[in-house]
Design a protein around this ligand. Structure first.
Ligand code: FAD
Ligand code: 5PR
Length: 374
């Protein structure tokens, strides 16, 4: 099973399931290293659902390597501070020193990552669902077609069919809270005086557990996330119960009124931990391998880092399967710790205390996956 021997004159070839941030990042990084790459997306359209997203130093560095950074920087902001309010009082205003962090709409991040993949010459096929994978190096599509490859990547998200078709052992843990994420107009004038360019994490544990994460993405778009326990049927209802939220967060009434007009979807927090990320010529990356709670805003960041380091690891490797195992061993501890910390914050709700972005908690944000090996 050696890439070199089976493809002497020909470039090695990868088939990838899932054209999310992670699959496209892997595709671009492989293509940049001489692979031919085909990405299968089951949806008819290339677009991202959801509202806003944070990226930190670790993810931004990967985007610099794949050529997506310029578009991301042009369509995102670095807010002045990450402010935390507990029961309506500011308890911390965190900045992260030299660590860059940006907030943006998911659509803007996705367009940047997609364009970078196209510029690199990645082939993307829509309406193409991968139903299973073979560790010997093949995928099967819903159409019945079987495609061979030197490398198969499952980047098909939290419900990964690549993963489940191969019976990877997994533990899935649901947290007690969840969130409805929406994109609304900024409404800065209506909000009145205040530091409305900050990210503001509004936490109330009394009289009931409700939280609003307020995230400016650019001049027009505001990402707002409404957290409530799963068992709170009123708090987790979509469309939002505007009166409930406005009573509990009167300072955000104009934004809440906009949010209550939208359909929305409530997502419970979940963590997936696999025994292994790789078998034979198949590897899993992103949410397929390590879905995490969002507290540290690192799901996409970790996924893109692992996509990038995998591409570096397999390119030019004499023994691809060994390269994948070594990659897993090297990169996994960082992701595991990030998952554990994110799950801890979800369980303890202790981000409400403020000042939680300690150097330990920022380990992932500071991790440079592109440096020594890139
Ligand atoms: P996905 O984005 O799920 O992409 C998978 C793609 O594969 C999709 O396009 C899907 O249609 C396609 N697909 C699925 N099955 C198949 C199949 N069988 N065949 C072909 N295609 C298929 N991360 C951050 O870094 N920062 C944040 O601020 C942040 N906030 C978050 C907030 C919440 C509430 C949640 C739940 C997550 C958050 N994340 C954040 C995590 C981030 O959204 C995910 O980690 C990231 O989107 C995972 O990317 P992915 O490419 O692995 O999977
Ligand atoms: N951080 C971010 C986020 O989107 C969420 C959380 C933390 C960027 C929720 O979606 O802890 O819920 C969180």
């Amino acid at each position: 099973p050696q890439v070199q021997s089976s493809t002497k004159a020909k470039a090695p070839h990868a088939e990838i399931a899932g054209a999310g941030y992670v699959g496209l990042t892997a595709a671009t990084a492989l293509r940049q290293r001489g692979w031919t790459v085909r990405v299968h997306e089951k949806s008819p359209e290339l677009r991202q659902f959801g509202a806003g997203i944070f990226l930190w130093e670790n993810g931004l560095r990967v985007l610099e390597k794949t050529g997506a950074a310029a578009d991301v920087f042009a369509n995102s902001v670095q807010p002045p501070v990450y402010e935390t309010r507990f029961q309506h009082k500011t308890v911390s205003k965190e900045t992260f020193g030299p660590i860059r962090w940006r907030t943006m709409t998911r659509q803007n991040l996705y367009s940047a990552v997609l364009e970078a993949a196209r510029r690199a010459g990645v082939e993307i096929v829509v309406n193409s669902e991968v139903v299973s994978a073979d560790p010997e190096g093949a995928i099967q599509l819903a159409s019945g077609e079987v495609l061979k490859a030197d490398l198969v990547l499952g980047a098909d998200g939290v419900g990964s069919k690549v993963r489940d078709s191969l019976g990877f052992k997994q533990t899935r843990t649901k947290s007690r809270d969840g969130i409805t994420r929406l994109l609304v107009p900024r409404k800065k004038a209506e909000l009145g005086p205040g530091e409305w360019d900050n990210v503001i994490d509004f936490w109330n544990l009394e009289p009931r557990v409700l939280r609003i994460l307020y995230v400016p993405c650019d001049e027009k778009n505001l990402y707002v996330a409404f957290m409530a326990p799963r068992e709170d049927t009123q708090g987790s209802r979509v469309p939002l119960d505007g009166d409930l939220w406005a009573e509990n967060f009167p300072e955000l009434r104009p934004v809440i009124e906009e949010a209550a007009k939208l359909a929305g979807r409530y997502d419970g927090y979940e963590t997936t931990v696999l025994e292994k990320w790789t078998t034979g010529k198949v590897a899993l990356i992103g949410d397929a391998a390590n879905a995490m709670c969002p507290a540290l805003a690192q799901g996409a960041g970790c996924g893109m880092m692992n996509a990038y380091s995998l591409a570096v690891a397999v390119s030019g490797a004499q023994d691809l399967e060994k390269a994948l195992r070594d990659w897993q061993e090297r990169e996994r501890p960082t992701t595991d710790r990030c998952q554990e910390r994110s799950a801890y914050f979800a369980a303890s709700r202790s981000m409400s205390k403020g000042n939680q972005f300690t150097p330990t908690m920022l380990e992932t944000a500071m991790y440079d996956v592109t440096g020594s090996r890139g």
